[in-house]
Design a protein around this ligand. Structure first.
Ligand code: NAD
Ligand code: ZN
Length: 391
């Protein structure tokens, strides 16, 4: 089959690889009908996640048709149309039982590597390095789905692939980020990053009743999308003297009630701390550029909540923890527990409350992946979200 493979930093290739096979009686094989490139894939492409190997199949946002199931699979059968959440979960461990799906204890065969870094390992992820299990991803014609009874969600006819694909990751991720903000009537939520995750965080903050949402980015088309789709107010951070003052002025001097960092480890910026991060990251003295996290902690009102869907990988430097402590902030973060949200968010899509396809700007095939990765990374051609069909 055809698959998009990591080749080296800044290079992916479309390669003919062996078809996946059932390896375990709980596996299913899914024929992919639609997949996407995620902001998280850029951390791999840009070479910031260790243990990627030449030939690793990428992709963790995918859906399709079940074509084969293992002998122990009870809930799926060939012909079912499913979306597959990006964290691989066993469904039985202490964490899965508490719906903390992305923290599953059992699915990462390379847990020892993460344990050496973090103390404990979370779930394995599709197509996301050997650190996270080394499972083949879904930017391919077929994919093996382990624990097939646990996570995939069957999709009713009548909804298009484009309407439901993002239930695999970015819609639940943005939604969880907003849910973490414990939004009450009258709340103002600030969202850094108007990429796909930021767009869904903004939209979800609205769905959950935020009075005002302030979206921050520097790409006009991304800011425009947040205004048009979610009635956000916007700040172009490249045009204001400083984001703190802008937010303070927009919130009557108090600061936002909640701040969402939907940017993560590859933040851009023109301030001293952002330059400092860039130098340290280039020299491999630091894994993450935490400029946005610093800003969110600094800007949040006293007693507010900082919610962090943006991915961070390692030890971060010059983070104003004193500010977080001094203001009594509540911090929430982590990989999304996608499985917790797929059913209720599918219901919202079916009720017509949201059509997640609003973020799609580019529709291509797997063969176009080598050209599309840099377009998506560098925000060329007003690219916001890329979906790929097999051919
Ligand atoms: P993206 O690269 O398309 O979007 C990032 C956006 O942040 C860009 O629009 C960029 O211009 C903006 N940005 C950069 N520096 C900024 C700054 N200083 N201030 C304001 N905005 C700034 O990526 P995405 O797909 O939207 O993903 C965003 C983050 O979410 C990534 O770190 C990704 O890994 C992470 N993510 C996390 C989960 C999870 O489960 N927690 C799931 C999916 C993605
Ligand atoms: Zn993703």
């Amino acid at each position: 089959m055809k698959a998009v493979c990591f080749w080296r930093k800044n290079e992916v290739r479309v390669v003919d690889v062996p078809d996946p096979k059932i390896l375990n009686p709980h596996d299913a094989i899914v024929r992919v009908t639609l997949t996407a490139i995620c902001g998280s894939d850029l951390h791999l492409y840009d070479g910031y996640v260790p243990t990627m190997m030449k030939g690793d199949i990428l992709g963790h946002e995918f859906m399709g048709e079940v074509v084969e199931v293992g002998s122990e699979v009870r809930t799926l059968k060939p012909g079912d149309r499913v979306i597959v959440p990006f964290p691989i979960a066993c469904g039985r461990c202490f964490y899965c039982q508490q719906q903390l799906w992305s923290l599953c204890d059992n699915t990462n065969p390379n847990a020892w590597m993460v344990e050496a870094m973090y103390g404990f390992s979370g779930a394995a992820l599709f197509g996301y390095s050997h650190l996270y299990g080394g499972y083949a991803g879904g930017q391919a014609e077929y994919v093996r789905v382990p624990f097939a009874d646990v996570s995939p969600l069957k999709i009713p006819d009548g909804l298009s692939d484009e309407q439901v694909l993002f239930l695999t990751d970015i819609f639940p991720t943005g939604y969880m980020a907003a849910e973490f903000c414990e939004i009450k009537a009258g709340d103002v939520v600030a969202v850094w990053g108007c990429g796909p995750v930021g767009q869904f965080a903004v939209k979800s903050a609205r769905l959950l009743g935020a009075d005002r949402v302030i979206a921050i980015d520097r790409f006009p088309e991304r800011l425009r999308l947040a205004r048009e789709q979610s009635e956000a107010e916007t700040i172009d951070y490249s045009e204001v003297d400083d984001v703190f003052t802008a937010l303070k002025e927009m919130t009557g001097g108090r600061g936002p009630d909640a701040c969402i960092d939907a940017v993560g480890m590859e933040a851009h910026g023109h301030t001293i701390d952002a330059l400092y991060d860039r130098v340290k990251q280039t020299m491999r003295l630091e894994m993450d550029r935490s400029h946005v996290l610093r800003q969110a902690l600094h800007c949040c009102r006293k007693g507010g909540i900082v919610s962090i869907p943006g991915v961070y990988a390692g030890f971060i430097d010059k983070v104003p923890f004193g500010a977080a402590f001094g203001k009594g902030l509540k911090l929430r973060m982590g990989q999304c527990h996608v499985q917790r949200y797929t059913r209720p968010l599918l219901d919202r899509i079916e009720r017509g409350e949201i059509d997640p396809s609003f973020v799609i700007t580019h529709r291509v095939t797997l063969d176009d992946a080598p050209e599309m990765y840099p377009v998506f990374r560098d925000k060329q051609d007003e690219c916001i979200k890329v979906v790929m069909r097999p051919s």
